[in-house]
Design a protein around this ligand. Structure first.
Ligand SMILES: NC(=O)c1ccc[n+]([C@@H]2O[C@H](COP(=O)([O-])OP(=O)(O)OC[C@H]3O[C@@H](n4cnc5c(N)ncnc54)[C@H](O)[C@@H]3O)[C@@H](O)[C@H]2O)c1
Length: 445
């Protein structure tokens, strides 16, 4: 068995990935020092609180703090191992922004000693572990292949299931050397149940980007099937169910776009690295980014008055989460702004939504207030609560138009109550009385 040689661990970046990882390491008996540049995060942890809302994460974090095995600060201290979990966003021009990875390793490097294990977990372009982490350690007088063990180990967690997934998912562990990979594998297998598979740092970096690009392309394909269905007046949901009865077919779910920290971002790292070979990835991005605009186009075709006020239901990128990062709702707000609409965004979980170019989010947790007097409601997030919204609640709207980007409202009861419904992947459905009205012009079908 490989000797891990690790008792103390510094985790750089205490967000959705770093904090539960730190807490689970602490629970396994390691002395973990969590480091974050945010006063809010460090202050909360120093008072025994968890800055994240996911209940299972909050529970293990509080236990780890109470045990004394997890502490938080803003400054890295020497440790046997360092794990870096800081954000890796794309810039407006879609190039990778590695500023935070550079800052984290440059803050940690003076505390790294010979024999330390350094693991980058942040999703990163191919070559980052060698060219950014290895190079910075080199500048601090450490040979990244001789003096220390440097690895890349991507995280695959599904928000909402973070603890279970950190513990149970298999991991890919890529080392700058085989010894480094074996040592990191032993560390992960000491506190996780999944298998850690070793490889090179570059293969591990690529595998993470491949996984999320695969998902983005498949969601884009589902969205294309939805657009075809809308144009040809077929219901894509039924057709997907039929097609998925084929033993080797698994068509994904269409929707209002793709959000979160990973899927809308990671394909750009491959596109930047190999632009001429990545045409499919670029097209898929553009399809998924265009879904919100297409929903608004269809709402306008269904009679949404220009520059009216609309209610956007959901800021989070996925149902029953409080995470609005890179959410399709932001794509929609950008188009609403461009076309001169007014809006409010309702979300039962999200309390803060970062938008760009000065576009206000107008966020509220009061659904009645959001719907009051609007011309249309546009469902963007599959929060369970939206399944239960009755037609009486929608009666507060001034208009009678509902766009369902998630196929989750009670479509038929709303149509029966006199609403026009625009569902993603199916033709616009109008109330029976309207449907039997004579065509508006001689040209109409
Ligand atoms: N959230 C997910 O579900 C998920 C899943 C897989 C992979 N990832 C990847 O993991 C990485 C981290 O993502 P996250 O969701 O945990 O991010 P996050 O924004 O939730 O947390 C990152 C934390 O790092 C801190 N930070 C920033 N710069 C720092 C620095 N120089 N030193 C110390 N701390 C610093 C921030 O203050 C923040 O608290 C990203 O590369 C992301 O793509 C995330």
């Amino acid at each position: 068995m490989t000797e891990i040689g690790v008792k103390t661990i510094t985790v750089m970046g205490l967000g959705y990935v770093g904090l539960p990882t730190a807490a689970l390491l602490a629970r396994a008996g390691y002395q973990v020092r969590g480091v974050d540049v945010s006063d809010r995060v460090v202050d909360a942890l120093s008072s025994g609180d968890c800055p994240l809302g996911e209940p299972e994460v909050a529970e293990i974090v509080k236990q780890a703090l109470a045990s004394g095995n997890l502490t938080a600060s803003k400054a890295p201290m020497p440790a046997d191992a360092f794990i870096i979990c800081v954000p890796t966003p794309v810039r407006v021009d879609k190039t990778a922004d590695l500023t935070m990875v550079r800052a984290a390793i440059s803050a940690a490097a003076p505390a790294v000693n010979k024999g330390s294990l350094i693991i980058l977990e942040s999703t990163s372009p191919i070559g980052t572990t060698r060219d950014v982490i290895g190079a910075e350690l080199g500048r601090n007088g450490l040979d990244p292949e001789q003096d220390v063990d440097v690895c890349y180990c991507p995280e695959r967690v599904f928000p909402g299931e973070t603890v279970r997934e950190i513990l149970r998912n298999d991991r890919v562990v890529g080392g700058l050397t085989k010894t480094a990979a074996e040592r990191a594998k032993a560390l992960y297998e000491s506190f996780c149940e999944g298998t850690a598979v070793t490889t090179t740092a570059e293969a591990a970096e690529y595998s993470k980007l491949m996984e999320n690009s695969f998902r983005d392309v498949n969601i884009a394909l589902a969205n294309i099937f939805a657009r075809i269905a809308e144009d040809l007046s077929v219901d894509v949901q039924e057709v997907i169910t039929l097609a998925n009865r084929h033993p080797r077919v698994n068509v994904h779910k269409p929707g209002p776009g793709v959000g979160g920290h990973c899927i809308p971002v990671d394909p750009w790292f491959l596109i930047e690295g190999a632009p001429s070979a990545s045409e499919l990835l670029r097209i898929s991005r553009s399809i998924n980014e265009g879904q919100a605009e297409r929903l608004l186009d269809r709402a306008e075709e269904a009679g949404l008055p220009p520059k009216s006020r609309v209610a956007v239901l959901g800021a989070a990128y996925r149902g029953d989460l409080d995470d609005a990062r890179e959410s399709p709702t932001e794509d929609l707000l950008n188009v609403l702004q461009e076309r001169g609409y007014e809006w409010s965004v309702h979300d039962p979980f999200v309390r803060y939504m970062k938008t760009h170019n000065g576009v206000p989010s107008n966020l509220t947790d009061d659904l009645d207030a959001a719907l009051e007097g609007v011309a249309a409601a546009i469902v963007m997030t599959d929060h369970s609560a939206y399944r239960a919204v009755s037609s009486e609640t929608f009666e507060r709207m001034a208009g009678r138009l509902i766009v369902d980007g998630r196929r989750m409202i009670h479509e038929q009861s709303l149509i029966n109550a006199g609403f026009t419904v625009v569902p993603v992947g199916a033709p616009t459905a109008v109330p029976p009385a309207t449907a039997t009205m004579p065509p508006k012009s001689a040209d109409a079908p």
